[in-house]
Write a protein that binds this ligand. Structure first.
Ligand code: MOS
Length: 746
């Protein structure tokens, strides 16, 4: 018997964001805006030094201030129960941002490390009192620079919370490079990048007896729940985490940093709800960052432009307690057919917090290096850069030999190039001029792994006898459009119009969904929602065909199609609502669960191609990106409008990565040079050129039931490389650093 069918109509529609109105009218409540009568405010205090210990915190003046309720330091903060290991939040386990929890003793490992929490009845009083703390330190020399760290670098066994190996290799890269007819060797440097979503991280916490309620800005309410449960040593079942609206995240709220647990401890200490919001400045010291890094690439090729070997090495600082590197080498190992590959991560310990996920964590930096080197190779060979990439197209993973579950990369090259107008390009660098401006175009390939979660993902669907449905899963709306997209998925699975379905998420009281990281959200949540909606549809159809009172009585469920909430087989029909009312059922409910097939013999990756046109003023060192075209193959597109928004914003972040975003630790002090949006520059509307997004839909029957590969990060991958390659085309100059600064072009 085949399952009864619904006639899909909602998926693929340009539905406007359902969270748009509450957001623009201000009725959307973020985590520190939720009602919490009597709430006090907590202000975090960060260490002034980068290494050493806290000798004393004199809090007398602070405690004497009106309205001050508590000053918590290592001397009086209750100890945590357990420090969970660092595991990416997609695993569905505890996911602390680092394996160091502050204020357990007097040690200081990095500047800005939380060393006190001041709680007062208002934010202003808490902040004022925080300034009154007199903190004395014993300072020891800090490691803050590559010069200090280079010699002590080591190759870690695993990186990225233990998920990935410190080395990736196949074949014999040395031999492949030695035997190459042509070789490109290039070294790249990258400034550190910091997280600046609109909403800084924040938590409101209160206790109801021994039950804890947290409203938290998070990518995964259950990641917060499980992590805080372990840290505080209380059962997960006693913690409810809610996060309905989250003002952007991009990885800053993927791992669970220490502030939700600190908010809970502060609330217990003062016996009132506590709101804890990071300041913009604290976003630079409290939620991780994309680490400063150096990468070296060597490409070997034949005269025909076939890659013989790729060597990709990376060096970056990590914290004193965790081996974290964003996986900059993983995609290089898989993007091109090439027999020999050697990838190595090297780390050195520095006085920094553990770096973390930041949009396209690793891919955005790694493919900058690889795709700039490929452009150099194309130039050396006198080959068109698109043609070089086509000649090295991999129709299976070069690491495992497994075929892609779907690709679409060749279509991305073809359609992206056509839309951009690539074919008209004069390949010679430095020949197009408009007044003071040199004009150039460049391109790059993009790849981002598809990482299904290892745990089952669940959702629940309920239909009421008024003919409306609610579908629920724990995922928060952190700006991606997930609530809108999941309403569409639910509508199709149930066979109902979108307007009669509602999606609710952002609450651990709802069925479990892993934290939405690694572009996994749309795929895994749609799988759970589809499964719940389908289960409920099948339940209702089964009810109807078994019910003597139904016009559908005796029909084969396989002949029953559902549309607009009406079940039909031939001329017989009954609506869901009619069935429920007739049988005196106020509602019907089903849960659905999905777990990826970890044994599927396929490699899974999302592909794309980026094109950019720049104007460079060589006298002033200015770069203006004039237009960008990105073609991406993210599997099935649930909502083209929200998908385009994700991809376009990723491309614009790539522009920021290419030209603007930069941070460095100051030698000696270990403090970040930039800790505000006044000097840490992010791309804004005035920087935004014309951006075109080409969606190349590919069918994928492996990744998840709807074939959704995700659009959260692929838009950023390769964008900076396309811009740098365009700068070379404009000027003849290779800039092998990010960001590309004015000085680098003078
Ligand atoms: Mo994304 S950087 O994995 O939250």
């Amino acid at each position: 018997m085949t399952a009864p069918t619904s006639t899909a109509t909602a998926v693929g529609q340009d539905l406007a964001r359902l969270d748009g109105r509450p957001k623009v009218t201000g009725s959307a409540r973020y985590s520190t805006e939720v009602p919490a009568p009597g709430a006090a405010h907590a202000c975090l205090v960060g260490s002034r030094i980068a290494a050493g210990r806290v000798l004393a915190v004199d809090a007398e003046a602070a405690r004497a201030e009106e309205g001050v309720l508590a000053v918590l330091t290592h001397e009086n903060l209750p100890g945590i129960a357990e420090q969970p290991p660092l595991v990416p939040s997609l695993a569905g386990t505890a996911a602390p941002g680092q394996t160091f929890f502050p204020m357990q003793d007097d040690t200081v490992h990095y500047a800005g490390q939380h060393i006190a929490v001041v709680v007062a009845d208002t934010w202003e009083r808490a902040r004022h009192a925080a300034h009154l703390l007199r903190i004395s330190y014993e300072e020891t020399p800090a490691t803050t620079t590559f010069e200090q760290g280079r010699d002590q670098a080591y190759v870690p066994e695993r990186i990225f919370g233990g998920w990935l190996p410190g080395r990736i290799s196949r074949g014999d890269a040395d031999a492949g490079l030695a035997g190459a007819e042509l070789r490109v060797d290039a070294a790249f440097t990258f400034a550190a990048n910091h997280h600046n979503p609109l909403e800084p991280s924040c938590t409101t916490a209160w206790w109801e007896g021994d039950e804890l309620v947290l409203h938290d800005a998070t990518q995964g309410v259950n990641a917060t729940q499980i992590t805080v449960a372990r840290l505080l040593g209380i059962p997960r079942s006693r913690i409810r985490v809610i996060g309905h609206y989250v003002g952007g995240s991009f990885g800053s709220k993927a791992m669970i940093h220490d502030h939700p647990a600190l908010a809970a401890l502060a609330a217990r200490a003062v016996g009132r709800p506590v709101r804890l919001a990071l300041t913009r400045e604290q976003m630079f010291t409290s939620v991780g960052h994309r680490e400063e890094q150096e990468q070296q690439i060597s490409l070997g090729a034949t005269r025909e432009g076939r890659l013989t070997a790729i060597r990709h090495h990376k060096l970056s600082p990590t914290s004193h307690f965790d081996d974290w590197a964003e996986p900059s080498i993983g995609v290089s190992a898989q993007l091109y057919a090439c027999p020999h590959f050697d990838g190595v991560y090297r780390l050195f310990r520095a006085n920094t917090m553990t770096p973390t996920f930041m949009r396209a964590p690793g891919e955005a930096s790694g493919l900058f290096a690889l795709e700039c080197a490929m452009d150099e190779l194309a130039h050396e060979l006198g080959l068109d850069p698109v043609e070089l990439r086509l000649r090295n197209y991999a129709d299976a993973s070069p690491m495992t030999g497994q075929p892609w579950s779907s690709s679409g990369l060749r279509e991305c090259y073809r359609r992206g190039a056509a839309r951009f107008g690539w074919q008209d390009r004069d390949p010679r660098p430095g020949v197009r001029r408009e007044g003071d401006w040199l004009i150039g175009t460049g391109m790059a390939a993009a790849g981002y792994p598809v990482a299904p979660p290892p745990t089952p993902q669940r959702a629940r669907a309920r239909l009421y006898d008024d003919g409306t449905a609610v579908v629920q899963a724990a995922t928060p709306e952190f700006g991606t459009g997930v609530v809108t997209a999941m309403t569409q998925v639910a509508a199709d699975a149930l066979g109902m119009p979108v307007g009669r379905c509602r999606f609710e998420g952002g609450d651990t009281a709802l069925p479990d969904i892993a934290a939405a990281v690694g572009s996994s959200g749309a795929g895994m949540i749609s799988a759970a929602v589809h499964s719940a909606g389908t289960a409920l549809r099948e339940q209702l159809v089964a009810l109807a065909v078994a019910d003597r009172g139904s016009p559908l009585y005796g029909r084969d469920p396989a002949e029953v199609a559902v549309r607009d909430g009406v079940m039909r087989a031939g001329s017989a029909a009954e609506s869901y609502a009619g069935l429920l009312r007739r049988t005196a059922r106020p509602d019907a409910e089903a849960t659905g669960s999905w777990q990826p097939d970890s044994g599927a013999p396929y490699a899974m990756m999302t592909f794309g191609a980026q094109f950019a046109e720049v104007a460079v003023d060589p006298e002033l060192g200015l770069v203006r990106v004039r237009r960008m075209t990105g073609a991406f193959a993210p599997g099935r597109v649930i909502n083209p409008r929200t998908a385009r928004g994700q991809l376009m914003s990723g491309m614009l972040w790539g522009l920021g990565q290419a030209l603007l975003e930069s941070n460095r630790m100051r030698p000696g002090t270990g403090r970040w040079t930039h800790a505000s949006l006044g000097s840490y520059l992010v791309a804004v509307n005035a920087d935004a050129p014309e951006v075109e997004v080409e969606l190349v839909e590919v069918e994928d029957t492996v990744v998840n039931p709807l074939g959704v590969k995700g659009v959260g990060e692929i838009g950023q991958v390769g964008a900076a490389a396309a811009i740098a390659n365009a700068v070379h085309h404009a000027t003849g100059r290779r800039v092998r650093q990010l960001p590309i600064t004015v000085e680098a072009l003078l």
